[in-house]
Design a protein around this ligand. Structure first.
Ligand SMILES: [Zn+2]
Length: 278
């Protein structure tokens, strides 16, 4: 692994890209082999009652991995169109597993079988999308019902809630609750205490930056593509605070952990930052 440390940034990126391509090729090949094993029921000779059993017990896939591969395989078996999309990386195995799960749930709930054409249309709609986008689209399609949730709260708590609601701009109750929860669950300030003088970001400033970023890492590639991360976001001084950067909306960006750390490495060097990583 020492050899890896000597690679340049460009080399490590290129090599990883090549390996990922190979990984995808292998995933596809494994699916094809599993399909053939299933067709011949070869697993029966080894004492297993199903392909799932063989994948889980013999090949030591986790339940999720075994289930996912078999679902993907079933989708693929029914349609050469879908098979081509997997083979040519238009849809990833992870996304296909999501689709297969979705189809399974839909068929169970609505008690109808989706036609091959419907399945192909669904996969077609999702090709080239990220895992997060696919999750979002399927979630929308599944049309989750709202749940009525009653809570009894004391007057002062309600007062605080209303105060906060007006502070963030009179959003609906669910939005306000979501905002509070997002902040608790996904916002971190690089583990620093928020008490150190002018480094402190007022609530309002956080809110404005969060709105500008639309709750997503603000890192942008030269071609305009944004980083997709929306969890564990951190507020990062563009011109570092230690180097005289101001704590202002313009000088603070919302970055994910990785982009924040990468920026720190670029500013301060790998050596200095290493002890703070992981
Ligand atoms: Zn990012």
């Amino acid at each position: 692994m020492n050899e890896l440390k000597r690679l340049s940034d460009a080399e490590i990126l290129k090599r990883t890209e090549e390996l990922v391509l190979k990984e995808k090729e292998f995933s596809f090949l494994i699916l094809k082999h599993l399909a053939e094993i299933d067709r011949r029921r070869v697993y029966a000779d080894l004492g297993y009652a199903s392909l799932y059993d063989y994948c889980f017990r013999y090949l030591k896939y986790s339940e999720y991995e075994a289930y996912g591969r078999i679902s993907a395989l079933k989708l693929m078996r029914g349609s050469t169109n879908i098979e081509t999309k997997i083979k040519t990386n238009q849809i990833s195995l992870t996304n296909l597993i999501q689709v297969a799960k979705f189809i399974g749930q839909e068929e169970k709930e609505k008690k109808v079988r989706l036609s091959i054409m419907d399945k192909e249309a669904l996969v077609d709609e999702l090709k080239g999308k990220s895992t997060r986008e696919v999750r979002h689209i399927l979630h929308e399609k599944a049309a989750t019902p709202k749940t009525l949730y009653h809570i009894k709260i004391h007057e002062p708590t309600l007062h605080k809630f209303r105060q906060y609601q007006s502070e963030v701009g009179h959003y609906g109750e669910e939005d306000v609750l979501n905002f509070l929860l997002d902040e608790k669950l996904y916002f971190h300030d690089g583990g620093e205490k928020l008490s150190s003088g002018s480094r402190y970001l007022p609530q309002k400033m956080k809110y404005l930056i969060y709105q500008r970023a639309k709750g997503q890492c603000e890192y942008q590639l030269p071609d305009g593509k944004r980083c997709h991360e929306h969890r564990r976001l951190q507020f990062d001084h563009i011109q570092p605070y230690a180097l005289g950067g101001k704590t202002s909306v313009d000088n603070i960006r919302l970055y994910c952990r990785a982009h924040n750390q990468r920026a720190a490495i670029k500013t301060y060097g790998q050596k200095k930052i290493q002890t703070f990583l992981n």
